[in-house]
Each structure stands twice: as C-alpha cells, then as structure tokens.
Design a protein around this ligand. Sequence first.
Ligand SMILES: Cc1cc2nc3c(=O)[nH]c(=O)nc-3n(C[C@H](O)[C@H](O)[C@H](O)COP(=O)(O)OP(=O)(O)OC[C@H]3O[C@@H](n4cnc5c(N)ncnc54)[C@H](O)[C@@H]3O)c2cc1C
Length: 266
Amino acid sequence: MSYKSIDFSQYASIKIGPVVDVFVIEEEHYPHDAYLIGGANNVLLSPTPPPLMVLSKTYDYIKIENGRLIIGAATPGGKVVSFCKRHNIANFEFMAHLPGTVGGMVKMNAGLKEWEIFNHLYALKLESGYCLKESMEYGYRYCGLESIVWEAQFTIEEGFEAKRLEMFASMRRNQPKAFSAGSCFKNPKDDYAGRLIEAVHLKGVRCGSMAFSEIHANFLVNCGGGTFDDALSLIRLAEQRVHEQFGIQLEREIIVLDTRSDVKMT
Ligand SMILES: Cc1cc2nc3c(=O)[nH]c(=O)nc-3n(C[C@H](O)[C@H](O)[C@H](O)COP(=O)(O)OP(=O)(O)OC[C@H]3O[C@@H](n4cnc5c(N)ncnc54)[C@H](O)[C@@H]3O)c2cc1C
C-alpha cells in the first residue's frame, strides 16, 4: 500500500486545497471509501476533503492494438495529442487545450463545442470488465459511470490536422488566464451559464480573492490566495440569484469535495 503527499494548493488548477496523503492505486486495488482524483482540473477541495486516491503511473500509457487506440486513464491529454501527431491520427486535437487525464475527461465527457471525448470512444475498461460505448449513458459534460475507468479504447481515423490546433487555441483566447477549474456551471439547455451570471450582476464580483472573471463570468478565478469558503460563497450566491431571477437551477460543473456536505464517491 502506498500513499503520496499532494499539496492541492499547488496541484489543483484552481490552487485551493490542503496537503493530503493520497492513496496511490496499483493493480486495481483501492480503498472503497476514497474519492478518485485525476489531474484535479475540475475539483474544488475544502480544508476537510474526503479520503482521496490517484492512479499510479502504470495507468499512464498509449498504444495501438488491433486497430484501436488504447490509452491508460492516468494519461494526460497533451501526451495523447503528441502521440496522435506522431502516428497521424485524427480527432484528438481538441485535447491539446483541455487540461486533465483521460480518466477525468471520460467521467466529465470533456470537450470543446462539438468535439467531445465520447465521440470516438469505442470501449472502457472498468472494474466489471470491458464496456462498449453503446451500453453507456452519456451527454453534455456527463457520463453515468459510477466505476473507476482504468483504460479507454478509441476508434482510429487517419489524418492529424495541425490547423485544428490553432482553431482550438483561438477558442481559448477569450478565456481567463487566472487559476480556475474551467467552467463553474454547466450551460442550461438553450442558454449560457455565463450569460445568467452576468445578468444577475455577478460578473467581476469578488469575495476575498475569488471572483467571477471579468473576462468570462462562468470562470470562478483565484486572484491569489483565494480560499474554499470564498469560492463556495460565490458559487452559492450565483445559484441563489439565478434561481430567484430566472427560476433556473444552475448545475455545478465544478466538483466540490467537502466532508461537511454531501460528497458523491466515484
Ligand atoms: C483552464 C481550464 C479550462 C477548461 N476547459 C474545459 C473545456 O473547455 N471543456 C471541458 O469539458 N472541460 C474543461 N475544463 C475542465 C477539465 O479540463 C475537465 O473536466 C477534465 O476532464 C478534468 O480532468 P482531470 O483529470 O483533471 O479530472 P479531475 O478534475 O481530477 O476529476 C474530475 C472527475 O473525474 C473523475 N475521475 C478522474 N479520473 C477518473 C478515472 N480514472 N475514472 C473515473 N473517474 C475519474 C473524478 O472522480 C471527478 O469526478 C477546464 C479546466 C481548466 C482548469
């Protein structure tokens, strides 16, 4: 059994969180009361998070087998893009500007506009064995999986497109550079969370060192030394105001991990 100490104020993209001894998963053995973290690009940790675990480096691999692209769940997206460039494989260019591991991307069905990780997914290796995409429930930033993903398998199409990299980079240019966990809320059907946050006058509003960005209101940014409580206050304020003014219940995209509230384990 091995643990490693992770300082989440450095590791998490939003730069908030305590130092935690995190269980490192080898050979599919893990504590069932712990919450799985990938690259921590979509999470907000309280000072008292649940027990945590991460996949070891043995889950960081990419290979081509039987005409499919086989990727370990701990593999970072940037590495997938480099591999696809080297092997002239299409459709993974969007990962160049999407921070995270393949396991985290699958769980979130992460993507940019119509490019999503499920588009070219073939199957996942789960605890119960291999599971084909057809038998899975998934949608916008959602996948119904309750299990750990060990590996993802994708269909291969030829033709890496370098010019798509520039297109994805330009989509990013209007987003804040400050530390964040990406979008704070999912877009409600036929609307935009950023528009709603702006409409309730929270764009640019600060609580301590946390703020809804001036550049893009749906980005909850850490201006330096922001705390969990400030972040959560802003999240709750946006939820409350949008509900009061529009009758819309914003759904969080950011995953709040706090033992003081309800935490859903993976
Ligand atoms: C600046 C910035 C921009 C972003 N832009 C986008 C964007 O355009 N589109 C988008 O979709 N997202 C975006 N994100 C969010 C983030 O990139 C994605 O959610 C990504 O999928 C997170 O991956 P991760 O490995 O960091 O997962 P984590 O944040 O560590 O975890 C996210 C979820 O995945 C689960 N998980 C992690 N690994 C596994 C596994 N092996 N098996 C099962 N579950 C697992 C965790 O339990 C958790 O529920 C952005 C984030 C940042 C910081």
